[in-house]
Write a protein that binds this ligand. Structure first.
Ligand SMILES: Nc1ncnc2c1ncn2[C@@H]1O[C@H](COP(=O)(O)OP(=O)(O)O)[C@@H](O)[C@H]1O
Ligand SMILES: [Mg+2]
Length: 379
């Protein structure tokens, strides 16, 4: 699937914007702080209903304005869809697909699938477990709206339960325990399954990138697993183990006033040739590992939905060396639409002939035509 046009009004540093994209390679070039990431953020918002870098929607509205508006036309095997978002500085955002307002944000998932790669993702292996959980969740959510629903309900239950624990109210806890275990087990089971598929896809890409000598494995590690403890964690066992674990930590939880069990404490562990990559991987191995993960994401979504998602690359070309950059571009299937940002066109020279270039300066974008520059936007 690919985005054909994007319209934005009062979004970040854009006053008004209207672009049409190439179904293949789109290169957005400009100096720092001109609006490159903001443009990708707009596309991310249309695909997921949220920003990838801010949890407060009001921040997306251009300073001094009341409301931001976005519209994207997305072409997929099933036809064309028009996604519109209205984001007020204060109050509820609303999202429409083909003119119909969505009741829940989760209804958006699956309609416009993306994979995003930012320099922060280079932290995936060595960074906090939260990053890896988000990586996994993001992908499952895009192919399974039901998962997103369970995850949201689980998080609500977790918040309620934490409130009770803070007040040391153990009388009402039992009801919440049941829900925590039931919903939490569903979340863990989804993630176990996704991690298994992603592991084999990532492994394949890593072999190509690292030259076949090394092996990369991903393993979902539930909160009860100790270091070095390996699966299989059978899907049927999850609920039983969770029940047992919640009983074991009861006193600790009351003392500390917070939930100590559940998928919010799980991790996705990377192993390179049987060693935990978090402690042992060199910087080169990490970069190759993250690259393999991103390429695996593309395969995963294609495998699950029959469509390739749109790939957003924010400034990663400058973070990767020549060889890895070439591997990244080679590993991206030809059908994938690419939106990539860069401060410098030079490392992307081999792609320029096939790519559409957009120049960004201070919230104004010019599309570069074959016969010189042509404006496609004016205030
Ligand atoms: N809500 C907003 N209203 C107006 N300008 C904003 C808003 N949010 C961020 N900006 C501006 O956007 C610019 C950053 O854009 P960004 O896309 O992150 O830059 P880059 O081209 O480096 O990726 C900064 O100049 C910042 O001040
Ligand atoms: Mg940027």
């Amino acid at each position: 699937m690919y985005i054909t046009t994007l319209t934005a009004r009062h979004f970040r540093n854009y006053d008004s914007l209207e672009l049409d994209f190439s179904p293949r390679i789109n290169i957005i070039v400009g100096a720092n702080a001109q609006g490159k990431t903001n443009l990708l953020e707009a596309v991310h918002f249309l695909a997921t209903g949220r920003s990838h870098r801010s949890s407060r929607d009001g921040e997306l509205v251009k300073w001094g304005e009341d409301c931001a508006f976005l519209r994207g036309e997305v072409s997929a095997a099933g036809g064309t869809r028009c996604i519109e978002a209205q984001v007020p500085v204060a109050g509820r955002k609303s999202i429409r697909v083909n003119g119909t307002e969505l009741r829940r944000l989760s209804d958006l998932f699956g309609i416009f699938q993306i994979v995003m790669f930012t320099p922060d993702d280079l932290q995936l292996i060595k960074g906090s477990p939260g990053l890896r959980r988000r990586y996994l969740d993001m992908q499952i959510c895009q192919i399974s709206p039901l998962y997103r629903h369970y995850l949201q309900r689980y998080n609500q239950v977790l918040r309620q339960r934490n409130k009770l624990l803070e007040r040391r109210d153990n009388k009402s806890l039992l009801v919440w325990d049941e829900q925590l275990v039931r919903l939490g087990s569903v979340v863990i089971r989804y993630r176990l399954k996704a991690a298994e598929v992603l592991s084999s896809l990532t492994r394949k890409h890593y072999r190509t990138i690292a030259g076949g000598e090394e092996d990369l494995l991903l393993e979902y590690q539930p909160f009860w697993a100790r270091d070095g403890e390996h699966p299989p964690w059978g899907e049927d066992e999850v609920e039983g183990i969770f029940h047992e674990q919640i009983r074991l930590v009861r006193e600790d939880e009351l003392r500390r006033g917070q939930t100590l069990v559940g998928p919010q404490r799980d991790d996705l562990v990377f192993y390179i040739t049987d060693r935990p990559a978090k402690s042992f991987a060199s910087q080169g191995q990490q970069r190759s590992g993250v690259l393999a993960c991103k390429l695996a994401e593309l395969d995963y979504m294609h495998q699950e939905s029959g469509e390739y998602p749109l790939l957003l690359l924010d400034d990663v070309a400058s973070e990767l060396d020549d060889e890895r950059r070439a591997q990244l571009f080679e590993g991206v299937p030809k059908q994938v639409q690419l939106l990539l940002t860069t401060t410098n066109l030079r490392p992307l020279m081999p792609m320029l002939a096939r790519g559409q270039v957009f120049r960004v300066a201070d919230g104004i974008i010019r599309k570069e035509g074959k016969g010189g520059q042509q404006d496609c936007f004016c205030i």
